[in-house]
Ligand binder design. Structure first.
Ligand code: FAD
Length: 336
């Protein structure tokens, strides 16, 4: 029999403040920025929930980024993320405190955690949202995400279950501004967690080189596409990126070809970025690539096909062979 919930008992907007090794992830700060707008529109409080071992310093940071209340779950079994432990603690907190909306980052952790939590608390989840709005009439959250390979945008509501849950792509929302003078309430959760609740143990976290790429934080991204023709083409892309103090991005075609790690992929199934400058080299401009970069401030496209769709979104276009154009740009920057 379905569980009948009293929807009016659910209040406040929650942001899951994902942290790794004691550092709040940028997406959590973006969600606090977005969560503030939603909370103000519904006339409710913005809360953060943070899990870990010794998270006290993080709670203050979350208040500085706009949380009115921070729920802190401190426990040695929460030191490293495990699906079991995090699902249990968040689901217990939802059952007890009843938030109306929960936002999580669509990171590897958020994508793993959010569906588990949603199933456990018997609610719906809209994954991978890029737009969140409040319906002026009934105050429900309108969750918009790309669907059918990015060809349509689907807007989804959660009509009669609570909380309303969304995962949101990193890099899409504006970050909250930090203000260390802000004050907020810190509430310690009573964590009921035992070793038997956690079926997996993290023995070691091995950092791959790919993890060092931070596309979401980069001001300048120089991306290479299939037009490079070979993996070694990325050496040239890296030279230009280094000259501009930027990082290397890629289209999926190059990742699929094994030329570069997936952590560099920009687009619908990669990372969404909005740097000050995005330079696309030998990228055609497929809709799934555009979905991840078209919000960039300035887009420069280099492509030997003057009719390539990438030129439709570019602020500056150079029709030419990237192996001629990119070395010229590097030379020009050397002489600046
Ligand atoms: P191509 O489309 O092959 O374009 C290569 C371009 O290089 C051409 O325009 C050509 O004119 C130009 N060129 C060739 N040689 C040169 C040269 N010497 N100098 C200059 N220009 C040259 N793609 C992504 O990028 N990111 C995603 O996240 C993503 N997710 C997807 C999800 C789904 C569900 C699907 C179905 C597809 C997804 N794709 C994604 C793939 C996407 O549809 C395209 O296939 C891909 O973006 C094409 O990559 P490309 O532009 O590098 O290659």
């Amino acid at each position: 029999m379905p569980i009948v919930k009293d929807l009016t008992a659910y209040k406040n907007v929650w942001v899951f403040a994902e942290q790794r090794q004691g550092k709040i992830m940028p997406v959590a700060i973006e969600l606090l920025g977005e969560g503030r707008k939603l909370a103000d529109e519904i006339g409710t409080e913005l809360c953060a929930i943070v899990l870990g071992n010794k998270v006290e310093d993080l709670t203050k940071e979350l208040v500085a980024y706009g949380a009115d209340k921070v729920y802190a779950a401190d426990h040695e079994l929460l030191e490293k993320f495990t699906t079991d432990a995090y699902t249990k603690v968040i689901s217990d907190a939802i059952g007890e405190i009843k938030p109306e909306i929960i936002l999580m980052g669509a990171t590897h952790i958020g994508r793993d955690l959010a569906p588990r939590v949603a199933a456990r608390v018997d609610t719906g989840l809209t994954a991978d949202c890029t737009i969140l709005e409040i319906d002026a009439e009934d105050k429900k959250i309108l969750q918009t995400r790309p669907a059918f390979g990015g060809n349509v945008m689907a807007t989804i509501v959660c009509p009669d279950h609570r909380p309303q849950m969304s995962t949101v792509r990193p890099g899409v929302m504006d970050k909250a501004q930090r203000d260390d003078a802000r004050t907020g309430e810190i509430i310690k959760l009573d964590v009921k967690l035992e070793k038997k609740d956690v079926r997996t143990e993290v023995l070691e976290i091995v950092k791959t080189v790919g993890e060092l790429v931070s596309l979401t934080d980069a001001n300048v991204i120089v991306s290479g596409g299939r037009g490079l023709g070979k993996a070694e083409g990325f050496d040239l892309i890296k030279q230009l990126a280094d000259k501009l103090g930027g990082v290397v991005g890629s289209s999926r075609a190059c990742v699929d070809a094994g030329w570069i790690d997936h952590s560099h992929q920009v687009g619908q199934t990669g990372t969404t970025v909005k740097p000050n400058l995005y330079i696309a080299c030998g990228i055609s401009g497929a809709i799934q690539h555009l979905a991840g970069m078209q919000e960039s401030d300035i887009i420069v496209a280099i492509n030997k096909n003057a009719n390539a769709p990438i030129f439709d979104v570019a602020d500056y276009g150079i029709a030419g062979d990237l192996y001629d154009v990119v070395p010229m740009l590097i030379d020009a920057l050397d002489n600046v």
